[in-house]
Design a protein around this ligand. Structure first.
Ligand SMILES: Cc1cc2nc3c(=O)[nH]c(=O)nc-3n(C[C@H](O)[C@H](O)[C@H](O)COP(=O)(O)O)c2cc1C
Length: 189
């Protein structure tokens, strides 16, 4: 059976970003599931000229990733009670490739709320993209204390939380893939 492909999208390009440790952990745990393939997608590695989703505003590598994806796991920091512009810019560059695919969220912040407001803001945006949000959100509060400077996890309980979020996302990805393949829709063949 072909493995599901569910990339992890990192949420910021900030040089000193701490949420990248959470994103790497999520990708590492995702890779331990036998029925999926995953990789970390870092907005730093892509180029999206201008705004919008016109052909000249896309990065062909991101287009190929989203076309192939069966779902997404977004790991976002919270910036001013929302998500970073670089994440929105990356997400905005595509549209049809998202429709009827699931998305899970992890938030990260230096405070105690773990990015919940960024996640809440994202739910509105991804719905308009045709993505289907899971309800098993993850938070990485005080992210600077959860990982050391090398990105090593300091609280093993987060492996269990992350595994649980992945389990729900994978279930949703299987169900929606079957739906896309067997239930006709004007949005896909
Ligand atoms: C521009 C900016 C705005 C921020 N706004 C918030 C915020 O609204 N709420 C919050 O809990 N943390 C906020 N933070 C702190 C982040 O939670 C903190 O930097 C954390 O490490 C996650 O972001 P990072 O991946 O950029 O490091 C902000 C950080 C930046 C750079």
């Amino acid at each position: 059976m072909t493995k599901l492909y569910i990339p992890v999208l990192a949420g910021t390009t900030r040089e000193q970003r701490k949420s990248i440790h959470a994103a790497r952990l999520v990708a590492e745990i995702g890779a331990s599931f036998a029925d999926i393939e995953t990789e970390l997608i870092d907005p730093k590695d892509f180029n999206f000229p201008g705004d919008g989703n016109d052909p000249e505003g896309k990065d062909p590598r991101y287009s190929a990733i989203t076309a192939r994806a069966d779902g997404f796991f977004i790991v976002t920091p919270e910036y001013n009670h929302a998500y970073p512009g670089s994440l929105k810019r990356m997400l905005d560059s595509e549209l049809e490739n998202y429709i009827h695919k699931p998305v899970a969220f992890a938030g990260a912040s230096s405070g105690q709320w773990g990015g919940v407001r960024a996640i809440e803001a994202l739910v509105n945006a991804v719905r308009e993209m045709g993505l289907v949000a899971t309800f098993t959100d993850m938070q990485f509060p005080k992210v600077q204390e959860l990982f050391d400077e090398n990105g090593t996890l300091l609280n093993e309980a987060y492996r269990k939380y992350t595994t649980s979020a992945w389990t729900e996302l994978i279930w949703m990805a299987k169900v929606l893939k079957a739906g896309r393949e067997h239930e006709p829709s004007k949005y896909h063949q």
